[in-house]
Design a protein around this ligand. Structure first.
Ligand code: CP
Length: 297
């Protein structure tokens, strides 16, 4: 039994095992069903992550109990740690948690006394999004069968993106060559450990994977929001017809979604042949089944 909190804290072997397990599950392998109970605690909004964890739990034949954090006793001041101890005491095996606080789990693990459920991080603030990262790896591996030497460009709001933070480190350690583009104010220097910052159109036609990031209006400042022009952003950093036409034949387009249509990607290109955005969502169910099996092995 283990937690799944940061994909970059687990071994490369385990990451490859999870990728292959997700693909096997997608191809029809039988899940390792156990009589377990999960709770999905989402303190931040979600469509994909929440519903695909629910689907994954259904496919594993697990039971689910529901609490809305907004109507739970946390509104009376009970801590997340005490809430988790309570959930374990009543029989919950795994807690899948999305929280606005970066690394919310550190405080929980520090104050652990009574047992808590196995923890799965479904996204922490602008920290990590390890289940999204796994489904992205599954999507890339399914397409190319390897990571070594792949050219991956990540474009957009790196500063607030937990997806970019999770993906940059793991993709580099798996052998991909990364480059980053986007507004310079949203390109923190700590990403340069993983790859260079380049102009969007530089070596564009050599890229195997182009990953666009959502502009996170809820995380940027009021001034940044006031000065933001969707049209200008799209022209400078978005997927336009011209950029799409200049992609190499086997290249794929990815985006964690939700997509701001006509901002990161032109509306009519969201479902273009090179787009894997909805495939990513499908892969999310199998990646999350693999994660739930992994934490309860
Ligand atoms: N990609 C992603 O995390 O989407 P949701 O916020 O809808 O879960």
């Amino acid at each position: 039994m283990r937690n799944y909190l940061n994909i970059n804290a687990i071994s490369k072997n385990d990451v490859l095992h999870l990728i292959k397990r997700a693909i096997a599950l997608k191809s029809g392998d039988q899940p390792k069903t156990k009589s377990l109970t999960a709770i999905n605690l989402f303190f931040e909004n979600s469509t994909r992550t929440h519903s695909s964890f629910q689907m994954a739990e259904n496919y594993l034949n697990w039971k689910q109990i529901q609490i809305n954090p907004l109507t739970s006793s946390m509104t009376k001041g009970e801590s997340l740690t005490d809430t988790l101890k309570t959930l374990k005491a009543i029989g919950v095996d795994v807690a899948v948690i999305r929280h606005s606080q970066n690394a919310w789990y550190e405080n929980v693990l520090k104050h652990q006394g009574h047992a808590i459920p196995q923890l799965v991080n479904a996204g922490d603030g602008s920290g990590q999004h390890p289940s999204q990262s796994l489904l992205d790896l599954v999507t890339i591996y399914q397409e190319f069968g390897h990571f070594e030497g792949l050219k991956v460009r990540i474009i957009g709001d790196l500063a607030h993106s937990r997806v970019a933070r999770s993906n940059a480190e793991i993709l580099k350690s798996l052998g991909a060559t990364l480059t980053f583009s986007g507004p310079i104010d949203w390109q923190p220097s700590n990403f340069y450990t993983f790859g260079e910052h380049v102009e969007v159109d530089e070596n564009w036609s050599e890229q195997d994977v182009v990953m666009f990031l959502r502009v996170q209006h809820e995380r940027i400042t009021q001034t940044e929001n006031q000065n933001f022009s969707s049209k200008k952003y799209h022209e400078c950093y978005g997927l336009t017809d011209k950029r799409y036409a200049n992609l190499k034949q086997q290249a794929i387009i990815m985006h964690p979604a939700p997509v701001n249509r006509d901002v990161e990607i032109a509306d009519h290109l969201v479902e273009a042949p090179k787009s894997r955005i909805f495939e990513q969502m499908t892969n999310g169910v199998y990646a999350r089944m693999a994660i739930l099996e992994y934490v309860t092995e």
